[in-house]
Design a protein around this ligand. Sequence first.
Ligand code: 2AM
Ligand code: CA
Length: 258
Amino acid sequence: MDLLRTHLLLSSHLLKLGHDLRQALPSKLQIETKQNRLDLVTNIDKTVEQNLVAYLQKHFAAEKIISEEGYGTTVEDLSGYVWTIDPIDGTMNFITQKNSFGILVSLYKDGCGLLGYIYEVMTDRLYYAIHNYGAYCNGHQLQAPANLALTKGLLISDERLIKKASPAFLKVAEETLGIRSYGSATCETLSIIKGEAVAYLNCSTQPWDIAPALVFAAELDLVCTQMSGQAFNLLGENKIIFATPKAHTPLQEVALYL
Ligand code: 2AM
Ligand code: CA
C-alpha cells in the first residue's frame, strides 16, 4: 500500500465527511441508548461509520475494520492491515454541545501504526500522523511537545476514573497543575499531542478511542502504554497512560493502585 496516496485520498474524504456533517447538524438527531442512559448512539454515528467502512472497502480493499457501531468486521488477530474507526468520538458532547467531538480513524499493519487521524469536526482541524513522516494539523507540521514532568503541567482524565481514584492517585494528581476532563478521547488526546497537558489517564478505552493517538505518540516522542506498563492492546479494552516521557513514569507507579 502506498501510504502517502492512501493519506491523500482518505484525508480529503474525511474533510468532505466533516463538511456534510456540519451541514446536517441542524436537523433533529435520532438518539438511541446502548448499555446505559449515558451510553448513546445517534443516526449520525451510524451514517458516518457506514460511510467510512464502505469507503475503506472500496478504495483500499479493507478486510479488517475494528469499529464502534458494528458495521466493521470481526477482527481476531492483528496480522496484515487493520483499520479502526470511531465515527463520532464523544457522542454525549456531540448531542449536548454540538462540539468537542471528533472522527477517529487509524491504519495498522501487523500491529504497527501507519496512519492516525483525529478530526475535530466543528473547527475543521484534521490532525494526522504518518509513520516516519511526522504529525500535522491541516498541513502544518506539529513539533514534539516539551518533555515536562508531571508537576509542570495539567493532568487529563475522564470523570469515571476520577470518581473512583485511590488516595495514592489523588496525592500525585494534587502535585500537578490541575485535573481536566473533556468527555472525548479526541479532545483529551489532542491536549497531550499539542502540549497543553502532560498526561492523560483513562481506565476504560476501546481500541478505536486510542489507536490514532498511538501513531502520534510514535512521531512526537510521547509515551502511551497500558497502566500495567504493557503495550496497548488493539484487540480489547485498555486502561491507559498517554504522557510525556517524564510524566509517564511516576503515573505508571501510581496508576497501578487505581
Ligand atoms: P464515545 O463517545 O465514542 O463512546 C474515552 O473516554 C471514550 O469513552 C470517550 O471518547 C467516549 O467515546 C467514551 N465514553 C463513554 N462514557 C464516557 C464518560 N462518562 N466519560 C468520558 N468518556 C466516555
Ligand atoms: Ca463513538
